[in-house]
Design a protein around this ligand. Structure first.
Ligand code: SF4
Ligand code: FES
Length: 374
């Protein structure tokens, strides 16, 4: 077997050796932590991704050992391969920090600030990016873009105003399904994700576009408006699925399964299965298996302590048990003089309504129908 050529590269003063052909972004990810530039369009599991959003810009202060001249402009680290002896600055470069703030400002020009009602809130890469690299104000004075509504079928909701045109969903549909029916139409300010003739995307693997979308432009209709992600407990689970790996993360509240997603790694990308293939999941696992009994639960999913999703995880309540009564616990052991049961007083929030099993967002009718049928 021929020996692999290794190149020495230094990113933010940390040196590692990587195989020739590795991109700066992948080399920085091998170092990890804040050294790795953010990436809104690159997705290692999708061929051809990257080079669209410019959030991964870095400064190359030394081109290589043979030609030490710095690169004249900042480069997209997801599309630039390392050279032997290359020196790269990411967070240690003032130019990069300033440019990234500008990129965030551009991405937010047309993006609505509807995080309080967006299902992606809490796991949105643009939210994280603007928190870490953005500015608090905008200089944009014009009306934001609006779009004609497109129906992408019964499982996937498109909010075009939130789309940052990263192309990840287009590559996913192209590379995972045998008939892509959507793409980016038009150019410039008019560019939009659409199915052109509003065909539904009914391929068995099309649900994966929800997982790759870095923002809330593509969301799961079976989960919309049902819960905030930080109130749910992510649990690793698997089932014997004939179409996909069947390895998923269940997003539970008590015993109810609210949402099923593929497992994601620290970069927010689909995790590989033990046999080294990307763990894409099928629509049946994602949209139809919403009973805890459909799954073999492996245990709580490890998530970063920095993530807002970590907020809902109190010690002692890990698992799929229904949360315990907390009133006395937070009231120094005293029970209240008067405690009304919401179910006796109101027609909403009925315990016999399993929100995780409803098709589409729940509203007053969900509860009213259930009361009539009870
Ligand atoms: S819908 Fe989401 S994944 Fe598709 S291009 Fe827009 S932001 Fe990217
Ligand atoms: S991640 Fe490199 S340009 Fe988008």
């Amino acid at each position: 077997m021929s020996e692999q050529t290794l190149f020495k590269v230094t990113v933010d003063n940390i040196t590692i050796e990587v195989p020739a052909g590795t991109t700066i972004l992948q080399a920085a990810r091998q170092i990890g932590g804040a050294v790795a530039p953010p990436a809104m369009c690159y997705y290692s599991k999708l061929q051809g991704s990257g080079g669209k959003c410019r959030t991964c810009l870095v400064e190359v202060s030394k081109g290589s050992e043979k030609d030490p001249r710095p690169m004249p402009k900042l480069v997209a680290s997801c599309r630039t391969t390392v050279m032997d002896g290359m020196e790269v600055k990411n967070i240690t470069s003032e130019k990069v920090v300033e440019a990234r703030a500008g990129v965030v400002e551009f991405l937010l020009l047309n993006h609505p600030l509807d995080c309080p009602i967006c299902d992606q809130a809490g796991e949105c890469h643009l939210q994280d990016l603007s928190f870490e690299h953005g500015k608090s104000g905008t200089r944009y004075e014009f009306q934001r873009r609006t779009f004609k509504k497109h129906d992408l079928g019964k499982h996937i909701q498109l909010h075009m105003t939130r789309c940052i045109l990263c192309y990840r969903c287009v590559f996913t549909a192209d590379q995972l399904t045998n008939k892509r029916e959507h793409g980016i139409l038009d150019r410039g300010d008019h560019a939009e994700i659409a199915t052109h003739i509003e065909k539904s995307l009914d391929n068995e693997f099309i649900g994966n576009v929800i997982d790759v979308c870095p923002v809330g432009a593509l969301t799961d209709k079976t989960f919309r408006f049902k819960n905030r992600v930080w109130f749910l407990k992510p649990m690793d689970a698997h089932r014997d699925c004939p179409s996909c790996s069947g390895r998923v993360t269940l997003w539970n509240r008590g015993d109810e399964v609210y949402r099923v997603t593929a497992r994601k790694d620290q970069w927010g990308e689909i995790e590989d299965t033990p046999d080294g293939k990307p763990g894409w999941i099928c629509n049946t696992c994602r949209f139809d298996k919403k009973q805890a009994t459909d799954w073999v639960i492996e245990g709580p999913r490890e998530i970063s302590r920095q993530s807002v999703i970590a907020q809902g995880h109190y010690a002692g309540n890990i698992g799929t048990t229904i949360p315990t009564e907390t009133f006395a616990a937070i009231n120094n052991g005293r029970t209240p003089h008067l405690l009304m049961d919401i179910h006796n007083e109101s027609e909403v929030n009925q315990p016999n309504v399993h929100l995780g099993e409803n098709e589409g967002p729940s509203n007053g009718t969900t509860f009213n129908n259930n009361i009539k049928n009870a």
